[in-house]
Design a protein around this ligand. Structure first.
Ligand SMILES: [Zn+2]
Length: 181
């Protein structure tokens, strides 16, 4: 069965809460193993193993088609931060984007010089410390969500102690999916 296969691969650890999943929990119970889609089907996620993770039924259900693992935690007190999922979409070239770029080398050069190389400002934090913590959190959340190697840097804005958080990505990632209306 699929859950068995994904469970063994994921070492019976729930990718959402990080706790152990009992392979023998009664089917349909809140702690039973389920297969979750990293990018939900409704957002264009595939049934490919790379898009599948082991999750408790209760964790999977709570998540639904939302992406709560990409919600910025309140604790950083960020002054401004678009939804992280939207930022990831800007940072990760989509398959259609890749095709369009193959068609236009000039556009490729322009695009490469923006998000991919220099990263993207993903948040504005009130202090250097919170910017650093938010960057660590965002890099980790992005890696868990789509893979890849994420680097967060912070920069002073010159306004008070405000710092921006910038993310860059390297290596292969999953497509973060498409918007849902
Ligand atoms: Zn769980």
């Amino acid at each position: 069965m699929k859950a068995q296969h994904i469970g063994e691969r994921d070492e019976w650890t729930c990718w959402l809460c990080g706790h152990r999943v009992d392979p023998h929990a009664p089917a349909g119970s809140p702690s039973s193993p389920t297969v979750d889609h990293v990018v939900p089907r409704s957002r264009g996620g595939s049934n490919d193993d790379t898009n599948l993770r082991l999750a408790h039924r209760r964790c999977n259900g709570r998540r639904g088609n939302h992406l709560p693992e990409l919600d910025w935690p309140d604790e950083f007190g960020l002054l401004d931060a678009p939804p992280l999922w939207r930022s990831l979409r800007h940072l990760i070239p989509s398959e259609s984007g890749r095709k369009a770029r193959r068609r236009s080398k000039r556009r490729a050069a322009r695009k490469r010089s923006t998000a991919a190389d220099q990263g993207l400002v993903v948040a504005l934090a009130p202090t250097a410390e919170t910017a650093e913590a938010a960057g660590d959190w965002a890099g980790d959340a992005a890696r868990r969500f789509v893979g890849g190697t994420w680097t967060a840097t912070t920069e002073a804005t010159g306004v008070g102690d405000c710092h921006v958080v910038r993310l860059t990505v390297d290596g292969p990632t999953l497509d973060p999916g498409r918007p849902v209306d």
